[in-house]
Design a protein around this ligand. Structure first.
Ligand code: ATP
Ligand code: MG
Length: 343
């Protein structure tokens, strides 16, 4: 791992903060399994995923496309497609079980206590409303402020996300703004009611490299100054490592490794995690070709007998192809790993 790569990974909240505030479980996902149903069959998409995000903490979920990252995140606020259902497990927001909550009670939490930003800034904004209308809506709904106070808050939020001319931008429609500006606006909307947790699903993937860095910088600042917890999802280890204190690595709909960021970067165990890190290092070093993990992520329901990563793993043995490894505590050090050969 190049020194710069590590140096650039800034801890948004470090030890100072954890001693200042009481660390409480904000979001607790317990053994979450999610299925997709169609007329013919039910397919498991996410299997027994568990993790906790505590007050002011940052958790990153990483994995290639199709690993079940978004389905996991969307299940928290039941924002998945209608054919996707929680099959087993629970999602707790403090003491509230979100997975059993009515739609109307969920909507009260969504946008107020939990903010969300998505990959495609253009599509997350409504093209027929001005930025002011879209930014005011959650503030009016959840905080019930007066018109002048809403305006003041809109201006402050625009400034918080680094928008130079707030008055002009507030009057604009999404199509009048660049992708980067739209993502700033989407972040402003997500944090408009001071949520305790921000969920960011691939917030920079659709943006070019310079804008990506700016958006990551904004997120880092916001979580530090607002003391917000963050659940960030990405397929890019650089993005995840720069924002997350804890990392969950997903493969084929399940967790394959979970640890603190430092332990993942310095002493990851799972061959899949190692490959993700190597790819990120090579990208950072400006290599033309990334270390590709040969083969593809299994489709939901595929490769259920042994380890789901075995067909792509350089270390796989007969046992790996025959028996599905459980997620276990690492024998040395902290964290959990799902691998017969690396504990
Ligand atoms: N509505 C749906 N019905 C059936 N299968 C679905 C549905 N939505 C997603 N899937 C499948 O579930 C799996 C996990 O999807 P998910 O969107 O969570 O992946 P992801 O890890 O977020 O990938 P990406 O990095 O591409 O966003 C994929 O194989 C996807 O094709
Ligand atoms: Mg996704």
């Amino acid at each position: 791992m190049p020194a710069d790569f590590q140096k650039n990974m800034i801890f948004p909240q470090n030890a100072d903060k954890t001693t200042e505030i009481e660390m409480q479980d904000l979001l607790r996902i317990e053994n979450l399994s999610v299925v997709a149903t169609d007329k013919k069959r039910t397919t498991q998409i996410v299997s027994e995923v568990s993790f906790t995000v505590r007050n002011g903490e940052t958790m990153g979920i990483i994995g290639e496309s199709g690993c079940g990252k978004s389905i996991t995140a969307m299940s928290i606020l039941k924002l998945t497609e209608p054919n996707i259902h929680i099959d087993k497990g629970h999602i707790y927001w403090g003491n509230i079980c979100l997975s059993e909550l009515s739609e109307s009670r969920l909507r009260k939490i969504c946008g107020k206590e939990i903010g969300m930003i998505f990959q495609e800034p253009m599509t997350s904004l409504n093209p027929v409303f001005t930025i002011k209308q879209q930014l005011s809506a959650p503030i009016r709904l959840h905080l019930g402020l007066s018109k002048p106070d809403i305006h003041q808050r809109c201006i402050r939020l625009m400034e918080d996300v680094g928008i130079k001319d707030p008055e002009k931008t507030l009057k604009s429609y999404p199509h009048e703004l660049s992708g980067g500006m739209c993502q700033r606006v989407a972040i402003a909307i997500a944090i408009s009611c001071d949520p305790q947790l921000l969920i960011a699903d691939e917030p920079t993937t659709a943006l070019d490299v310079t804008i990506q860095a700016q958006i990551l910088g904004i997120l880092k600042n916001l979580i530090r100054t607002n003391q917000m917890a963050l659940l960030i999802i990405s397929h890019d280890m650089g993005v995840i490592a720069s924002l997350s204190e804890n990392i969950t690595v997903m493969y084929g709909g399940e967790i394959v490794e979970q640890n603190t960021r430092d332990n993942i970067i310095k002493q990851s165990s799972h061959p899949y995690t190692k490959k993700l890190i190597r790819s990120a290092e090579e990208l950072y070093d400006g290599a033309d070709e990334l270390t590709l993990v040969r083969g593809n992520v299994p489709r939901p329901g595929e490769n259920r007998t042994g380890c789901r990563f075995a067909p792509r793993c350089d270390l796989s043995t007969q046992r790996c192809h025959a028996e599905h490894p459980p997620l276990v505590q690492k024998e040395r050090g902290k964290g959990t790993v799902r691998c017969w050969n690396c504990r």
